[in-house]
Design a binder for this molecule. Structure first.
Ligand SMILES: [Zn+2]
Length: 316
């Protein structure tokens, strides 16, 4: 059949169109999956090739470092994919991830690691427990020490009280029993009486027979026993006793003296006997009291014996 030129041209134009429409059909049915797989492998291969290239470029300057960096960037048990190993098992990202996660899970479930972790977690509690125990022990120790101190203090107090009581008893015993210098007497003259004396009577006159015992009214030390001294002459044989508060008492006209100078006496101790020695009109005890700081024999420094005897509970 004869065709015109235009008809042929039309046919030529139509033929490629027909071919073009059939070719995609073949691709879709036959080689589509293979083509996509090739494309995927090519992309992955390109990625590996790029990383291998960067490694190679690093190897140019740091050969040793490049080797170690390859090893350390890969998880243990996972094979480092090589640029030349293109099989899907090695280079598959999901496989790589699976390997990584499996390794991580294995690490987490490692009984040894778990035990170690448990120990580490328990450690602070253990330390706290020890600290609490130490604190408790310290408190107990301190409490015990406080008890000990209290007991010691109590004992000390008891001892002090006992010592004070003993001292008081000793003092009382040393003081003796307060006694009138003459137990049986009559008052012949009192302090301040005037008439028979140059100015006034400087003490008490206890009238009593010669030989009547004279007693120390209270405790003291004999500071004079004899006829000499500051009151020598008018007092005859006399005794002076110095008492604890510094007061001194003088006993004059004695017929006999039974103590000596420096002797310690208690209340009711015998000093001698009533006499009539010195300047005296009849047997009697002339008794004087000298306050602290005065000199026995300086008669006008003497005070009324009444107050001193009253203080001892004695009422002449
Ligand atoms: Zn007198």
């Amino acid at each position: 059949m004869p065709r015109t030129q235009s008809q042929r041209a039309l046919a030529r134009r139509a033929a490629p169109q027909e071919r073009r429409t059939t070719q995609p059909v073949r691709l879709r049915t036959g080689a589509l999956n293979a083509g996509l797989a090739t494309l995927a492998v090519s992309v992955l291969g390109l990625g590996v090739a790029v990383s291998a290239m960067s490694t190679s470029s690093a190897q140019d300057t740091h050969v040793a470092n490049a080797t170690s960096s390859v090893v350390t960037t890969v998880a243990p048990g996972v094979k480092q994919p090589s640029a030349f190993q293109r099989d899907s098992e090695t280079i598959s990202r999901s496989n790589f991830r699976a390997a990584l996660s499996t390794t991580a899970q294995a690490d987490a479930l490692d009984p040894e690691a778990l035990t170690e972790a448990a120990d580490k977690a328990a450690e602070p509690v253990e330390i706290d427990r020890r600290a609490v125990a130490a604190r408790a022990a310290l408190l107990a120790k301190e409490s015990k020490a406080a008890d000990k101190r209290a007991t010691k203090l109590e004992k000390k107090k008891e001892a002090a009280e006992k010592a004070a009581k003993k001292k008081a008893e000793a003092a009382k015993k040393a003081l003796g029993v307060a006694t009138m210098p003459v137990k049986s007497y009559s008052i012949a003259a009192r302090f301040g009486d005037v008439g028979a004396w140059a100015r006034y009577h400087t003490g008490f006159d206890f009238s009593a027979p010669i030989g009547t015992p004279i007693y120390a009214p209270t405790a003291g030390v004999v500071v004079h026993a004899g006829s000499g001294g500051n009151a020598g002459g008018w007092a005859g044989n006399y005794v002076v006793i110095k008492h604890a508060d510094g007061t001194q008492t003088l006993y004059a006209h004695m017929s006999s003296i039974s103590v000596h100078s420096g002797e310690r006496v208690s209340g009711s101790d015998r000093l001698g006997q009533v006499g009539q020695t010195g300047r005296a009109f009849g047997p009697h005890l002339h008794f004087e009291v000298y306050p602290p700081g005065t000199e026995p024999g300086d008669v006008y420094t003497a005070v009324d014996p009444q107050h001193w005897l009253n203080k001892l509970g004695l009422r002449p």
